[in-house]
Every structure is written in structure tokens, then in C-alpha cells.
Design a protein around this ligand. Structure first.
Ligand SMILES: Nc1ncnc2c1ncn2[C@@H]1O[C@H](COP(=O)(O)OP(=O)(O)OP(=O)(O)O)[C@@H](O)[C@H]1O
Ligand SMILES: [Mg+2]
Length: 366
């Protein structure tokens, strides 16, 4: 079973505080949608409104064209997996998964078949007779997901299901979830504040901030063409470099004067650009150590961050503005060095003080 979900002009208030303000969003059937945003931006609240655990103050939510925000949670045909998986400690894994179905009087043979199928998909068949206390965190999380799968819901809602796991397990479970997603054809909404989880799992990401949706797009759209400076800052690690720039036009494209006086030609079309107080965004991967190529400018290295496959150089331009650049893993650069930096003007973004953004001509380039 699967479903498309429409959220129309939804608002939520707690007392006098508005936590969601007129959000609209369509989720396609079988889509893996991720709600991404900083703590407190309202991700869980929106998810809980879809599940029916929070009331909707304004607007509507519908599934397959039918309004559900007026239905009690039990009638929405949605399964939710929480951060704390809340398994029944005295029941076996098998009984934990079957419990919800027994409660609604599903036939025993149907329950057995669904539990077996979920156990196979999640590779927990060998754990079915154990109690939750005899499982690792990752195994418990899989049981919690299994409990949702056996319901065969129209949609799955996940609220930070990986955040209780340690770093290594988190990465492994993330990969498992991505694989599971290919086996279970269903609409899934996944809440996280972890941008790597969002990038690796999502068909599309909804970036939320400050009661609103900032951008909806595929992971690479969000990464390559962030709709606002907030999105550009929130997605990508290290965070995008921003430099205050003055603008001029060269053959129809923006040329940016960096704070140290350097002119950087971009492939951003000058025609549409307006606004004031522009900043140029460029990711570290588009700022290379200039060895063998002409340097755009020079910077003094304050900090070296060795990541193994590459090295991040935290540099300071002559005027004092900071730029993070990238060098090879086995970088020879030392702290205090004056290095040439090559900035790729075809991989730049422009932001103004009013919250607009303009991007380079070639899609797909960060
Ligand atoms: N029951 C409540 N009463 C009052 N305020 C609430 C309630 N639940 C949530 N809030 C507030 O609503 C806002 C959104 O909360 P929500 O839990 O949706 O955030 P979130 O994006 O899921 O954050 P996190 O990443 O920390 O889980 C927060 O400012 C929070 O303090
Ligand atoms: Mg939350």
C-alpha cells in the first residue's frame, strides 16, 4: 500500500507561540521525504500532526485525496517510528512485532506471515525469540521498524530513528535503511537534523527553519542551488564560505570584488541580480590550493584539518576575511604558511541581505 500526502497551508501554535506558519507541501506516492532543519524548527511537530498526535490549528492534511487531519490517529493508516523505540520489555521480538496486529484481531496466520516477512527484510529472523533487553541498540531499532512494517501502513513516519545509536552503528543503520527503502515500497517521511542522513536517504529534502519551509528539492538541488543563505549554511560540511563582495558585470556575468580587492569572474548571470549587501558563497571544494594553476589570491593558513582523503585549510585573506580551502590528504602545507588559492568562479553562489540567491549557470556544480 502506498499513498500521496498533501499538506496545505498548515499552521501550529502553542499558546501565543506560532511554531509552524502556513506550510504547504506535496509528498508523492513511494517518495522518501526528509524533513531537515535545526533543533526546534518544528520537524517533529509537523510529523506528529500527520500522525494525528498533534492537532492542526489551521490548514488541512490529506492522504490519497482524502482529508485525514480530522481523523483519530488509529484511523489514518500510518505507522510512526520514534527516536526512543519503546519496545515492550517483557515480550519477545516476535510478540513485540505482532502485538499491534493482535490488538486489531488480524488472523494469526496473517500475523505470522507478516512477522516472518518483516524479520527477513530486516535480517532479524534469528532474534525473534529474544527479549529487547538482549538486543543491541541497532537491533532494537530494527525491531521498532519491523513493528511498523507489519502494519503495512500507507506511509511510514520516522522521527530521528538513528539518533540514539553510536556513530559507527548510525552509519551502518543508515545504509541498512537505504537498502530497506528499496525493498519496502511505501511513502516514507524521515525527520532529522543530520544533513548527511538527509543527503544519503532522501528522494527530496524539505529544509525547514524558523516556522517555515526554506526549500524543497532533491539532495543535489539543495546542495548545488540552495534557495537561501540559511540552506547554503545548513547543508554541506564544512559550511560554505561567504565573502562580502561588490558586484560588476563582465559580458553578462557577475564579477565579484572580494574583500581583499581580488576580482573573481563568475558564471552567475548578471541580469536577474538585485538587492543589497551581497555575499558570495563558495564551497571549500571549489577553493583549491593553487599548485600548478594560477592563484586567484593568497591566504595565510590558520588551521589545518586533516581528514585523511583531503585536508581543509582554514586561511585568512589579506583583509582578514576567512576562507576554507581544500588540499590533498597528504598536504605539505603548515600552519602559518602563505599559500596561493585558486577560487573556481564557475562554482559560486550569490546571496543578498533580503534572502534571495543566484547560482552559477551550470547545474550540478557546488
Ligand atoms: N507541547 C508543547 N508545548 C509548547 N511548545 C512546544 C511543545 N512541543 C513543541 N514545542 C515547541 O515547538 C517548537 C518546535 O518543536 P519540535 O519538537 O517540532 O522541533 P524539532 O524541529 O523536532 O526539534 P528537534 O530537532 O530538537 O527534535 C519548539 O520551539 C518547541 O519548544
Ligand atoms: Mg524533533
Amino acid at each position: 500500500m502506498t499513498a500521496f500526502i498533501e499538506i496545505h497551508n498548515v499552521s501550529k501554535r502553542y499558546g501565543s507561540m506560532t511554531v509552524l506558519d502556513g506550510l504547504s507541501l506535496s509528498i508523492k506516492a513511494n517518495e522518501f521525504m526528509v524533513f531537515l532543519g535545526p533543533s526546534g524548527c518544528g520537524k517533529s511537530t509537523l510529523l506528529r500532526m500527520i500522525a494525528g498526535l498533534e492537532s492542526v490549528d489551521e490548514g488541512t492534511i490529506s492522504i490519497n485525496g482524502e482529508r485525514i487531519d480530522t481523523l483519530p490517529p488509529g484511523q489514518r493508516d500510518i505507522a510512526m517510528v520514534f527516536q526512543s523505540y519503546a519496545l515492550y520489555p517483557h515480550m519477545t521480538v516476535s510478540d513485540n512485532m505482532a502485538f499491534g496486529l493482535r490488538n486489531i484481531n488480524v488472523a494469526a496466520d496473517v500475523i505470522a506471515a507478516r512477522v516472518a516477512e518483516a524479520a527477513r527484510m530486516l535480517e532479524i529472523g534469528h532474534l525473534l525469540e529474544r527479549k529487547p533487553g538482549q538486543l543491541s541498540g541497532g537491533q532494537r531499532q530494527r525491531v521498532a521498524i519491523g513493528r511498523a512494517i507489519v502494519k503495512e501502513p500507507k506511509a511510514f513516519l520516522f522521527d530521528e530513528p538513528l539518533s540514539n545509536l553510536d556513530a559507527a552503528l548510525r552509519v551502518r543503520t543508515r545504509v541498512e535503511l537505504a537498502q530497506l527503502r528499496n525493498r519496502v515500497k511505501s511513502t516514507m517521511i524521515f525527520v532529522t537534523h543530520d544533513q548527511i542522513e538527509a543527503m544519503t536517504l532522501a528522494d527530496r529534502i524539505v529544509v525547514m527553519n524558523n516556522r517555515k519551509i526554506e526549500q524543497i528539492g532533491s539532495p543535489m538541488e539543495i546542495y548545488s542551488r540552495p534557495a537561501s543563505r540559511f540552506v547554503a549554511t545548513f547543508v554541506g560540511s564544512p559550511t560554505m564560505n561567504f565573502l562580502d563582495v561588490g558586484l560588476s558585470e563582465q559580458n553578462g556575468f557577475v564579477s565579484a570584488r572580494l574583500p581583499d580587492g581580488t576580482e573573481l569572474r563568475t558564471t552567475i548571470r548578471a541580469a536577474g541580480v538585485k538587492g543589497t549587501a551581497h555575499s558570495l558563497g563558495i564551497r571549500a571544494e571549489a577553493v583549491k590550493l593553487a599548485s600548478g594553476v594560477p592563484a586567484t589570491t593568497t591566504g595565510k593558513v590558520d588551521v589545518l584539518e586533516r581528514l585523511g582523503d583531503r585536508t581543509l585549510l582554514y586561511t585568512r585573506l589579506k583583509d582578514g576575511s576567512t576562507v576554507v580551502a581544500e588540499d590533498i590528504g597528504n598536504s605539505r602545507v603548515a600552519i602559518g604558511d602563505e599559500v596561493g588559492l585558486s577560487l573556481d568562479g564557475t562554482r559560486t553562489h550569490l546571496f543578498d541581505a533580503e534572502g534571495s540567491a543566484w547560482h552559477n549557470e551550470e547545474p550540478g556544480h557546488g
